[in-house]
Design a protein around this ligand. Sequence first.
Ligand SMILES: [Zn+2]
Ligand SMILES: [Zn+2]
Length: 347
Amino acid sequence: MSLILCPKCGNETDVLYENVCKSCFFDQFQLAKLPHVIHVKFCSKCGSVYYQGVWSDVDNLEETIIRLVEDELMIHEYASNLDIYFEPQQLTPYMFLVRVGIDARVNDLPVNQELETEVRIGRESCDRCSRISGGYFEGIVQIRSTNRVPDKSEIEECMRITNDVVNRMYEKGERFAFISKSVESKHGIDLYIGSSNTARQICKQIESELGGKFTESPTLFGQKDGKDIYRVTYSMRLPEFKPGDIIEYKGRIIEIKNIGKRITGIDLSDGTRFAENHGKMNGAVLVTNRDNTLTAVLVSEDEKDVMVLDPETYKTITIQKPVVFTGDDKNEISVIKTEHGLFVIPD
Ligand SMILES: [Zn+2]
Ligand SMILES: [Zn+2]
């Protein structure tokens, strides 16, 4: 084996690393570098972390601290077979000490290094929390009904849908998916939403669950960095009728069963099925609602008709029997009283 002299220290060596002997090479070699202090900002309200210019959610504080340290850790390009471990220790609510151990191979020799860094935590309000507290909004969802006022249960249903959509959008990473405020009026309710995209999704969901339709109208409300900023008003119209409503339409008395793409129901005079497109329902008038059903004594029944006692006047009245009706063994049946007469309500 031929020996070489190290050009740096003059000692004899059999191999040169980067033109110096092994001991000179490792004297100047640094496996990894880490800043002594890492500054990070967390939101004092929701706990999000500000990192690389954006705020994002934190699932686990220690894991987030480790991720931050890992990103700051610089490892020498010659290192291979890396084995890195992190040992975070919370010293105060505002400070972590993180020890980092690295095992690696460099030029086929095992090398290890231990480092530590202090992660200092600053607290401030994140973009989302500061917008929420500042009442920020980009979209307004105005919930109204056609030719009537939405009732309490419809408003509750719309609020449930709104909360579902807001949570879903937020989980998908839409940071401004929040309800800034809600204002009830005699016409319905106005919901102020942090992002206009979320506001649109709310309307789409209401439309698919409750029917109705919405329009959007943007208004310019300012400029930011030379770009026009718009707020969008989403005008959500719930359908004129809802399931359980009993309406008069083209001389027929219909109980509404479902409102989706089409309005479906039952013709109460004979029990036949009814279906119509929304746009064609002009002239339909609300008569009453299934909630106003009364119980009437069934006097007799033949092939075509039933005879009942009017529950208010106790007069005997003959009404047409619905196709699916069976009065077998019944003493009483459900009826609805309208200005167009008495109708049997199928169970
Ligand atoms: Zn040397
Ligand atoms: Zn926050």
